[in-house]
Structure formats: structure tokens, C-alpha cells
Design a binder for this molecule. Structure first.
Ligand code: N01
Length: 581
């Protein structure tokens, strides 16, 4: 944004009373509040708050704080808004939460003005929705694009955060809010020889804006998580040959995507108030909950009928919600796991390929996947499967990928290898708190993550993390979790302003008890047993440990509300000293 930096307090003071300064204020480029106007050691920060990231969370944070009268600046590495939906443009990219529940819910007006076309919206439609929101609330005027924050350091003397960016910007703010997304640091495995590959290389999480042409090409897809499972059937239809390199087979159930009738949308919007309350109190942030019965209580026939019905209905949580102990009890889990394996056997014609596609870990302990014709794709004669468990990749050669068994010649390699989840985006930035300690050091590189509610960390005053580690985040409908965090943070900042509190910091003992609670809750689930990205197990060398709060969004919301009601219990706060005249 050209000329953005000159519109600071300093500029206004220098030009006070001039036509230009009036124009700037009127335009709203600077919207100072009583908070920011308070002198801190005689020095004012450039902004009340700096938000990093302009995806769903950063945009709503900007809107909320701006509505509250704060001066806010957002920095975004991409050239436009969208976050996840800006970067993940791979063929087949689609949401796995039903569109009707995957939108902002804070504004009735917004709801009434948007119609989704299908049960699971495709990436371009979700990105259009985000553009629509950005336009409606005129959000871009406080966002600087193509700007990556490289360092953020807290200065104890001024109680400000100093932010530096890749294009040489240096700015300060009282509050720093990370809205980085949990899945924004692409995992690009550094296979031997990769730089020698003569063909094209893509990563699903960093996809070009132009269409990638697969026609007449030999394509290799490495990775079979949600991204790979969505991309594989679409690429298979276009490419000459497709080779899928699979490290871990996945449980995937049919999405059964379909168009949505406008009448249904209107009716849903009408009842949204109730639905919203339900989603906020639920486990995963959707208007549904598991059936209150163990999978082991039903006779086999009855259970099969339930699973069959769920399979035919589609939905991310439908099969898991057939019973209340699928992710809590190994024997119960096995009934669902075995049901999906039987489906793979039924769908895939070649029994050897079917066998390779059958997972053995506990269903839903990795992120469940929903698909359109994923297993069916292996019946095509232009698709082959390489099992990396038995024949691992040795290197990338100039003409393809060599496993311990063979060299697979390729024109294009697509990495669908996922992300360095949750901590990755935070560690990619040099975030320094008190005494210059980095977040990465505080958390021992991820081996000892300590947060309070997944929102704050001791030693890092006035830093708020939206959907940070140890929050429900990726275990839920992200928008429900994002809205809850944004609203909690905005309310907290409002409380600080009203009570003339300058500095807020999580207490060490509050972090310790939050960690203890997170670990206790995790023990009730099977999730810690899986080698998943929830546990940091997908990245070589990443310390293993739970990155998420597993108690559900409803319980989590209640805890956060209680903390706020008790005057932000677990946080230490410092008042602004009276300024003497
Ligand atoms: O990433 P993933 P993703 N050599 O980590 C394999 C959300 N999402 O981008 O399982 C070979 O799930 C890895 O193998 P393994 C959703 O929350 C949502 O697909 O680690 N293979 C795995 O097969 C999702 O969970 C949507 O053994 C390697 C794959 O790559 C999350 O994003 C769509 C490897 C990575 O799967 C991440 O999904 C897309 C290596 N060195 C994503 N490293 C929807 O809303 C990794 N793999 C539908």
C-alpha cells in the first residue's frame, strides 16, 4: 500500500490542522482510540494492534477491533485476502465442513446476503465469499499485502511490539495478534536430488494462480491426506498417467456433495440463531453431536446398518457420530475402521491394490477425510499406486522419483505432503518476548509447548494467538473456533482499555494447569496414539506432542468465558500509571 507508513501519529502531529491530515482521519486510515492516545513512557505505538494474516481469522479480528475504535494494521504475505483459501488452489480443493456452517456467523446481514451453491463449497467459491466479506466491510484499506512479517519483538520499556517485515517496514503496536492459520507452513520434503528434477514441481498448499496443465503428462502425487485425496481423482481424469506415492493409507468416506436449493439456504439462515448456539456448544463446531451409545452396545447387524446409513449420507463426522466412543475405545473404533476397510475392498477391483489402500491405525485419530471417487480412481487404468512403506523414496532423479524398487518417470511432481502444523507458522517468524526469548526457545522447539488457553503465553505480554497451540482449532469447524477466539480477544482488549490496563500476560501457573488439563483430556481419546500432524508426527525431527485441545469447542468456550468473567483469571495485569500534569 503506497504511502501507508507516512500516515502515522508522527505524520499527523506534524501536519496537524492541514487539509491532508483531516482527509486521512476522515478516511479512517488512522482510527485512534483513547487507549492508543495514552502516552506510554511518552512514546506512542503506530497502532493499537497489528494482526498478522488476512485469512478468516485476521479479517474478522480487523473488523472487530476497528468497530471497537482501535487502530489496526494487518500484514499479509499473499497478494490478497483469503489465507488457506488463497494458497490452496489445487484441483479438487473443497471444504470438508458443510458450506452452510462454514461461514461467518457474527452478522445476520452477511448471512442473508450469501448463497452457497453446493453442500461442500469448492475453493474458488470460498475465496469469492472471503472477497465478498472484505468488500462489504471495506477491510482491505487496513491490510498491507505482499508483506511477510519476519520478526516481532516485545520491548519491555515501552510495552510495545516492534514488527519488521521482508520489505523493510518497521512498525510498533501495543498488541500483537497472530492470525497465521494452523496449516499455512507447507511441508516440502527435501528429497535427495530434488533440485535436479527437470519437470514441474508443485505443492498443494502453495499452488499457482494459473491453471496447471496435466494433459498428456505423467504426474506423480506424493501424499494421500485430505489434499491428495481431493486432488488425485481430478488429476487422474486429465493426466496421461498418474502415480500415487502413498506413505500411510487413509480412511476416507464419501462426501456425497450436491447442489443446495436456494429455499433450503433461506430456511437455514432463518433458523441460524439457534444453529449458531448449538454449534458453539457442540464438540466440533457443527450442528450435530454423537449418538449417546457405545458401538459395542449394538448387535453387529444393527451397527452395520448404522454405518451403512452414515456412509450413504456422507459428512466429515457422520460415521464417527454413529456412536459416542469411536475415538475413545479401541474395540469400538475397530468396528468403524473395519467397516471402512470392507468398503475399500468392495470398491477397488484389484485386491492387491485394495490391500495396500487399507489403513491400520485407529479411524479418526488422524483428520478424517471425505472424498469424491477417491478409491474408485484406483480402478482407472492410467492410475498406479506405490506403497512407500514397503518401497520408500530414495531420491528424485532428473526424470522422476526413484524408490528402493524402481524409477518412476514423471513430467510433474505434486507434493500433497501437508504442513508443519500449528507451531510451524509461529516458528517461521522470529517472535521474541521478554528478555529477547523466542517463542521457539520458550517451547523448546515444540517439545514443551506451554500456552494459556492456546491464546497467550507467559513471557509474551500483549500477544494473542488466534487458534494457537492447545486450542480446539483444527479439531473443529475452524470458523466457529476463529469467531470465538476473535470475540474473546476483542472483549479482552476492550476490558483492558476500560480498566486502564496497559499490560496483560499469562501467568506461569495458569499455563501449567492448562497444559495439565489438555493432557488429561487427551488421555480420554485415542488421538495421541496416532502418527498424525495433530501430534506433530508428520514432520521429520518435529517433537511429538499434542498440538490441540481435545475437550471440544463447547467446553473450551465455557472455560474461556469463565476466565473472562473472573476478571481474566490466570493473567497478570499492569495498570497505566497516572500521568501528572
Ligand atoms: O496434509 P496431511 P494435507 N514422504 O498431512 C504424506 C486440512 N485440509 O494437506 O500420513 C512421503 O494430511 C503423509 O503421509 P503420513 C485438513 O485438516 C482440509 O492432505 O504422514 N509422504 C500424508 O499422506 C487436513 O488434515 C481440506 O505418513 C509424505 C500426506 O503426505 C490438513 O489440511 C483439504 C511425506 C500429507 O497429508 C492437511 O491435509 C485439504 C514424505 N516425506 C486439507 N511427508 C478440506 O477441507 C508427508 N507425506 C477438505
Amino acid at each position: 500500500m503506497e504511502g501507508e507508513e507516512k500516515y502515522t501519529i508522527g505524520y499527523l502531529i506534524k501536519n496537524i490542522g492541514t487539509k491532508k491530515s483531516h482527509q486521512i482521519i476522515k478516511k479512517g486510515v488512522i482510527e485512534m482510540t483513547h487507549n492508543a492516545k495514552q502516552a506510554h513512557n511518552g512514546k506512542l505505538p503506530n497502532y493499537d494492534a497489528i494482526v498478522i494474516g488476512a485469512g478468516f481469522s485476521g479479517l474478522y479480528m480487523l473488523h472487530r477491533l476497528r468497530e471497537a475504535g482501535c487502530s489496526v494494521q494487518v500484514y499479509e504475505a499473499g497478494s490478497d485476502v483469503g489465507g488457506t483459501w488463497y494458497w490452496n488452489r489445487y484441483p479438487g480443493a473443497r471444504c470438508d465442513i458443510e458450506s452452510m456452517y462454514y461461514n461467518y456467523t457474527f452478522s445476520e446481514e452477511l448471512l442473508g446476503e450469501w448463497n452457497w451453491s453446493s453442500r461442500y463449497a469448492a475453493q474458488p467459491e470460498i475465496l469469492n465469499y472471503i472477497h465478498f466479506v472484505a468488500d462489504k466491510f471495506d477491510l482491505r484499506r487496513n491490510i498491507q499485502f505482499n508483506t511477510r512479517v519476519t520478526t516481532a519483538s516485545y520491548d519491555e520499556k515501552s510495552n510495545h511490539w516492534s514488527i519488521h517485515t521482508n520489505n523493510g517496514l518497521n512498525v510498533t503496536a501495543k498488541y500483537l495478534i497472530t492470525a497465521l492459520g494452523c496449516l499455512s507452513a507447507a511441508n516440502k520434503p527435501n528429497f535427495d536430488g530434488i533440485v535436479r528434477f527437470k519437470g514441474e514441481i508443485y505443492h498443494t498448499g502453495d499452488w499457482p494462480h494459473e491453471k496447471v496443465n496435466f494433459k498428456g503428462k505423467r504426474v506423480g502425487v506424493i501424499g494421500t491426506g485430505s489434499s491428495g485425496v481431493q486432488a488425485i481423482p481430478v488429476i487422474a481424469k486429465e493426466a496421461d498417467q498418474l502415480t500415487v506415492f502413498q506413505r500411510t493409507p487413509q480412511y476416507s468416506t464419501p462426501a456425497h456433495n450436491h447442489s443446495i436449493d436456494e429455499k433450503v439456504i433461506k430456511e437455514t439462515w432463518t433458523n441460524y440463531h439457534e444453529l449458531r448456539k448449538f454449534m458453539q456448544a457442540s464438540i466440533h463446531g457443527i450442528p450435530d453431536i454423537p449418538r449417546d451409545k457405545s458401538a459395542l452396545e449394538d448387535e453387529i447387524g444393527e451397527r452395520q446398518l448404522n454405518y451403512e446409513k452414515a456412509w450413504n449420507n456422507g459428512g466429515l463426522f457422520t460415521l464417527m457420530y454413529c456412536y459416542n466412543d469411536i475415538v475413545a475405545n479401541e474395540a469400538a473404533n475397530e468396528t468403524a475402521s473395519e467397516f471402512i476397510r470392507s468398503k475399500i475392498k468392495e470398491i477397488v477391483d484389484n485386491p492387491d491394490i485394495a490391500e495396500k489402500l487399507m489403513p491400520s491405525y485407529h479411524y479418526a485419530t488422524k483428520r478424517p477425510i471425505i472424498d469424491t471417487d477417491y478409491f474408485e480412481t484406483y480402478n482407472r487404468n492410467n492410475v498406479s499406486l506405490v506403497d512407500l512403506k514397503t518401497t520408500p523414496i530414495k531420491e528424485v532423479t532428473p526424470i522422476g522419483v526413484r524408490t528402493t524398487e524402481a524409477e518412476h518417470e514423471l513430467d510433474v511432481i505434486v507434493f500433497a505432503t501437508g504442513f508443519d502444523a500449528i507451531t510451524g507458522p509461529l516458528f517461521n517468524m522470529d517472535i521474541r518476548g521478554k528478555d529477547g526469548v523466542t517463542l521457539k526457545d520458550k517451547w523448546a522447539g515444540g517439545a514443551d509447548i506451554k500456552t494459556y488457553l492456546g491464546i497467550a503465553a507467559s513471557g509474551f505480554p500483549n500477544l494473542f494467538m488466534i487458534t494457537g497451540p492447545e486450542s480446539p482449532s483444527v479439531l473443529s469447524n475452524m470458523i466457529v473456533s476463529i469467531e470465538q477466539h476473535v470475540e474473546w480477544i476483542a472483549d479482552c482488549i476492550d476490558y483492558l482499555g476500560k480498566n486502564k490496563i496497559e499490560k496483560i500476560e499469562a501467568k506461569v501457573e495458569a499455563e501449567a494447569s492448562w497444559k495439565k488439563h489438555c493432557m488429561e483430556v487427551a488421555q480420554y481419546t485415542l488421538l495421541p496414539k496416532a502418527d498424525s500432524w495433530y501430534m506433530g508426527a508428520n514432520i521429520e525431527g518435529k517433537p511429538r506432542g499434542s498440538l490441540v485441545y481435545m475437550g471440544g469447542v463447547g467446553q473450551y468456550r465455557q472455560i474461556c468465558e469463565d476466565v473472562a468473567i473472573k476478571g481474566y483469571e490466570g493473567f497478570s495485569m499492569e495498570h497505566i500509571p497516572e500521568v501528572s500534569n
